[in-house]
Design a protein. Structure first.
Length: 135
């Protein structure tokens, strides 16, 4: 079984984003190679793409970060059959990335999708509780 190692986390903490990116790219290559044998590798691939997007964002490469998030969403599918909260997280990060790129309309669209999916995952009163807890 293939598992993601903490190597990329340690190298990022040390400030070596290039090495962390290389580790994550190797993990993605393994996921692509073996996902036909193990469907659970899609979640690993999604989390790896999320980590790659964070590295790209830290370099202000928001276009590449958005591409990683879009690939992750494609792997997750609609979110209605899969992990809704993971999909919400990706949608929220994608909204933040588009906001940093200056694409406010896209950012709002992804925020709305994330909130709707969150309400579906947690129930309609979850958004009410969330909104009341915000300053």
């Amino acid at each position: 079984r293939i598992v993601r190692t903490p190597a990329h986390t340690q190298t990022r903490k040390e400030g070596n984003n290039a090495e962390a990116e290389a580790c994550l790219n190797r993990a993605m290559a393994l996921c692509d190679t073996y996902k036909k044998y193990d469907a659970s590798l899609n979640v690993l691939a999604v989390r790896t793409l999320n980590d790659l997007a964070e590295i790209h964002s830290s370099r202000s490469d928001f276009s590449q970060a958005a591409e990683c998030y879009h690939q992750a969403l494609t792997l997750l599918g609609s979110g209605y059959d899969g992990d809704k909260l993971l999909t919400c997280s990706i949608l929220t990060r994608l909204a933040e990335t588009h906001a940093k790129r200056g694409s406010t309309a896209l950012s709002r669209d992804y925020q709305k999708r994330a909130m709707a999916l969150y309400a579906l995952a947690k129930g309609p009163t979850a958004m009410l509780r969330f909104n009341q807890s915000q300053p």
